[in-house]
Structure formats: structure tokens, C-alpha cells
Design a protein around this ligand. Structure first.
Ligand SMILES: N[C@@H](CCC(=O)N[C@@H](CS)C(=O)NCC(=O)O)C(=O)O
Length: 222
């Protein structure tokens, strides 16, 4: 079988691409991690090479182009696409549905995160908003994980576990107390971090695709 050529395009930050980079690393595939440094550079690529390839229906960042013939945009769809291609999209209906629900719950959590990070302009407002929104989603995820090894309930990790590895770190960055408050999620993050491909990636500081160790946190506070 010939190898696929893959290019992931995004800004040089973690943002929406971080779970996708982690998923590509976990899949063990060769890919180009194309990081745009400015809007002008992205727009020139979008309106030039990408437009000429004629495969990008919804041009945005992030995008994934495979073999110059298939393009996927919309970050959540890209994550599922990578996982489905490489066998960690969930085994059977129950696992696939669980993984998809976790992905959507994580999207709600991210939306709550952005609201707090961008809007709360005092420490007490931040605490109050974290308690009013973020803890609801984290509590649900902790309960759903329960005593399972992987959150979708199967014998192996799915993209939902990899996604949580990223998302949880953002939450802890926003409020350090959240790490100890959800011990099952913390243990899950540790398990994902011990997967060899993930462990190797988070240690990588040089080469073409270094790991960006600090979540971009648009705090008004702190
Ligand atoms: N719903 C989209 C949102 C994409 C989005 O808003 N991308 C931002 C970066 S986080 C961007 O700068 N896109 C460049 C563009 O749309 O031209 C997704 O999940 O991929």
C-alpha cells in the first residue's frame, strides 16, 4: 500500500489543531505540520495553491489535505477523519457514539472556557464563572468516565481520550484547582500521556514539528 501524503494547516499555536496533531502522532503517520505565521501568508495559500487544488469545500484553519485529492476542514470532523482512518474512532456503535458525545461535551467545555478566559476580568468573576459552567461539564465527563480505562468504554483509546488529554490541560491552566478536583480525568490524562507516541511527542522540542507545550490562554485575568 502506498503511503498517504498529509498536510495539516493551522497557525503556529495549539488552538484547534492541538488534538489533531496529537491524533496524527498517535496514528504514527508522516505529515507536514504547516504553521502559518500571518493572515497574509494563510490567505495567499488559501487563494493560491489550495484553491487551485480544487478540493477544499470549506477553506478554514485547521485543514487537512490528503494526497492532494481529499481535503477536510472543521476541526471536529478532521479529528474523527484521522481516527476513523487509523482505527481509533471507536469499535462498534456504542463506543463510537460515546466518543462522539464526549467530543461534543468537550466542545461545550471549550466554549465555556473561552467565555471565562476572555470575559472574566476579576479573580472572583473567574472563580464564579468556572464554578457555574466549566465544573458542570467536567463533572459530567468525570462521571461518564467512572471506572472505565478509556472514556468511550472500549479496550483501547479513542480520539475522545486524545482530545481530553489536550482539553484538560487548558482547564488546569485556567484554574489549577480543577486538576485535583477530578481525579479520574486526571488519571485518564496520565494514561494518555504514557502512550508511547504521545509521550515522545510532548517531549519533542525541536525538528519540524515541535510540541507546543503551553496552551495559548487569552486570559483577561492573571
Ligand atoms: N468551526 C471551525 C472554526 C475554524 C476557525 O474559526 N478557525 C480560525 C482559527 S481558530 C481561523 O483563523 N480560521 C482562518 C479562516 O477561517 O480563514 C473549526 O472547528 O475548524
Amino acid at each position: 500500500m502506498t503511503k498517504s501524503k498529509m498536510e495539516l494547516g493551522y497557525w503556529g499555536i495549539r488552538g484547534l489543531a492541538s488534538p489533531l496533531r496529537l491524533a496524527l502522532e498517535y496514528a504514527g503517520v508522516d505529515y507536514t505540520d504547516r504553521r502559518f505565521a500571518s493572515a497574509a501568508e494563510w490567505h495567499a495559500h488559501r487563494d493560491g495553491e489550495l484553491a487551485a487544488a480544487g478540493v477544499v469545500a470549506f477553506p478554514s484553519l485547521p485543514y487537512l489535505v490528503v494526497d492532494d485529492t481529499t481535503a477536510v476542514s472543521q476541526s471536529r470532523v478532521i479529528l474523527r477523519f484521522i481516527a476513523d482512518r487509523h482505527g481509533f474512532g471507536g469499535d462498534g456503535e456504542a463506543e463510537r457514539t460515546a466518543a462522539a458525545m464526549v467530543q461534543e461535551e468537550a466542545a461545550d467545555l471549550n466554549a465555556a472556557y473561552l467565555k471565562v478566559a476572555l470575559a472574566a476580568d476579576t479573580e472572583s468573576a473567574r472563580k464564579e464563572q468556572v464554578a457555574g459552567s466549566i465544573t458542570t461539564h467536567l463533572g459530567r465527563l468525570e462521571a461518564f468516565l467512572g471506572d472505565k480505562e478509556w472514556i468511550a468504554g472500549g479496550a483501547a483509546p479513542t480520539y475522545a481520550d486524545i482530545l481530553l488529554f489536550d482539553v484538560l490541560e487548558w482547564m488546569w491552566h485556567l484554574d489549577a484547582e480543577l486538576e485535583a478536583a477530578y481525579p479520574k480525568l486526571r488519571a485518564l490524562r496520565k494514561r494518555v500521556g504514557e502512550l508511547p507516541a504521545i509521550a515522545a511527542y510532548v517531549k519533542r522540542t525541536d525538528g519540524d514539528n515541535p510540541y507546543l507545550s503551553r496552551p495559548f490562554t487569552p486570559f483577561k485575568v492573571g
